[in-house]
Design a protein around this ligand. Structure first.
Ligand code: COA
Length: 168
């Protein structure tokens, strides 16, 4: 595990291998994280959130958990494998961010985000499938991001991804 400065991780939280947490992030208790999860700085993860493997969460994202605050209800957010939540987004309690999906910057996730889709805006709307997105410069497919982004992952995993996407 690697962290920046002034990170809080409360009791009962369990994380897998190669967990990275940026400066000033706050992980409330009883959360679960899979392997190779990356949290940037100033991320707030509410109690009982469940985050899968290879998830990216960018600065100032908030995963909430109390539907009618203040209350004793804790309905944690679920983030599935390979999902990415872009900066300053908020996910409402109990919502599921599906596998390989992208939540765009400054989005309010009010409904579940289906796997492989892009959700943007306030309130969040599904605007596209990730599989249709291409880099503007090269025209190459962006998602799943593991087809081209390998930095910092173990070589054995990178080898699997290269075999999965030989054309990058
Ligand atoms: C979702 C995202 C990838 C879309 O980028 P893009 O493919 O270049 O799409 P465009 O900017 O061409 O926008 C396409 C449409 O979606 C809308 N849209 C895109 N991102 C949006 C967002 N975050 N919120 C609201 N609407 C958005 C645009 O208004 C546009 O609609 P229009 O065609 O009616 O004008 C981008 O907005 C984003 O959030 N990137 C992540 C940035 C980030 O936080 N990175 C991590 C930290 S460095």
């Amino acid at each position: 595990m690697r962290t920046g400065h002034r990170v809080t991780i409360r009791e009962g939280t369990v994380a897998g291998r190669d967990f990275q947490v940026g400066t000033l992030s706050d992980i409330q208790g009883h959360c679960r994280f899979g392997d190779h999860v990356r949290l940037h700085s100033n991320v707030h993860i509410g109690q009982r959130s469940q985050v899968g493997n290879f998830v990216w969460i960018f600065p100032y994202v908030v995963l909430t958990n109390d539907p009618h605050p203040p209350s004793e209800v804790q309905s944690g957010v679920i983030v599935e494998d390979f999902a990415a939540i872009a900066t300053m987004s908020t996910v409402l309690p109990g919502k599921r961010v599906g596998e390989g999906s992208l939540v765009g910057a400054m989005t309010l996730v009010r409904d579940d985000v289906p796997a492989g889709t892009i959700c943007v805006g306030v309130p969040g709307k599904i605007v596209a499938e990730t599989s249709k997105i291409r880099f503007k410069e090269s025209g190459k497919l962006v998602y799943p991001w593991r087809r081209h982004f390998h930095r910092g992952y173990p070589q054995a995993i990178v080898n699997e991804w290269v075999q999965e996407f030989p054309d990058g």
